[in-house]
Design a protein around this ligand. Structure first.
Ligand code: 13P
Ligand code: SF4
Length: 306
């Protein structure tokens, strides 16, 4: 796309956004061009908080389906649009409500906690949900002496279990994108850049997390880098994160753990699709009435803890 075409799309998005009284929210993994036109860029927790607080009539959610669904749960009177209806999260699809009900049956009395990367149907079955940034805090509010059923991410669950010392029953879900980051990549990069701090997302494999200086969600990574006196960082997460880290810290160096950690679903959202979304008011994301109250309660409990 030429620079003129790009500018013209941005201008049209701006005009339509005002006309529709819309806000554009974007996740940290979105393409740079999408992050640049967003009103707010953040991690899953930041975005759900923004969605619950905005006065806008329309939320254009540049992220994946479960994020738009969470926005719709928290802002039921608003129109929530996902610019590409195929932008899903494969990890969120790895556990169904029926499977979770069966798990609950086998562990009666346990607390059921879901990662925010789940469908509304699964959220409706849980006591509380969490993101990678507040998982430890959420777990600390749960009754002692009872196991914690955690779905769907086995790596985040295992990380929080180790950190909290609580007994977790894990579901075998994982993020196919973070799975692509392997220990030997980190070992090699550490040899090459011994001065660099290693920061990885807790969705990474346990052996990758064990090699890192720190495991943080995407919002935590931004705060850590800003406050750190170091100037080089090996980053183990989806590649889109590097764009925001570099933009906000131009004097620091960021080395991706691998160029392979691309979330194809996050990359489905483009500037053109944001424009079409606002022009045609598509693709609207809603939650079935039968699930709304229970799923919202699960998310609101998490927001109260945060
Ligand atoms: P964050 O909440 O850390 O942004 O993570 C969301 C996500 O989908 C990571 O893969
Ligand atoms: Fe889902 Fe992984 Fe993509 Fe995050 S990076 S949205 S967990 S597939």
């Amino acid at each position: 796309m030429s620079r003129e075409e790009n500018d013209s799309i941005k201008e049209k998005i701006q005009q339509l956004k005002e006309m529709r009284e819309a806000i554009i929210l974007a996740h940290n993994y979105q393409l740079g061009e999408v992050q640049d036109i967003a009103d707010f860029v953040g991690d899953s927790l930041d975005l759900s908080q923004k969605a619950s607080q905005t006065d806008a009539k329309v939320i254009v959610f540049c992220g994946v389906h479960f994020m738009a669904e969470t926005a719709s749960l928290l802002s039921p009177d608003k129109i929530v649009l996902l610019p590409d209806e195929n932008a899903g999260c494969p990890m969120a699809e790895m556990v169904t409500a029926a499977e979770l009900r069966e798990m609950k049956k086998q562990h009666a009395g346990a607390s059921a906690v879901c990662y925010i990367n789940t469908t509304a149907e699964v959220k409706a079955e849980c006591d509380i949900c969490c993101t990678s940034s507040n998982a430890l805090k959420v777990v600390s509010t749960l009754p002692e002496g009872k196991p914690i059923l955690f779905v769907p991410d086995k790596y985040l669950g295992s990380y929080v279990s180790t950190k909290s010392g609580r007994e977790f029953v894990l579901w075998p879900g994982y993020c196919p994108t973070h799975q692509r980051i392997v220990a030997k990549d980190i070992v090699k990069l550490k040899e090459h850049y011994p001065e660099a701090k290693v920061i990885v997302h807790p969705e990474c494999r346990s052996e990758v997390v064990a090699l890192a200086d720190v495991a943080l969600g995407t919002g935590g990574m931004l705060r850590y880098v800003k406050e750190s006196e170091d100037d080089a960082f090996i980053i183990g997460t989806e590649i889109g994160m590097i764009y925001r880290l570099r933009k906000e810290n131009p004097l620091k160096r960021f080395i991706p753990a691998t160029e392979q950690a691309i979330c194809p679903n996050m990359k489905l959202i483009t500037l053109e699709k944001v424009l079409w979304s606002l022009e045609e008011m598509r693709f609207r994301v809603t939650v079935p009435d039968r699930l709304k109250d229970a799923a919202r309660e699960t998310v609101e409990k998490m927001l109260n803890v945060s």
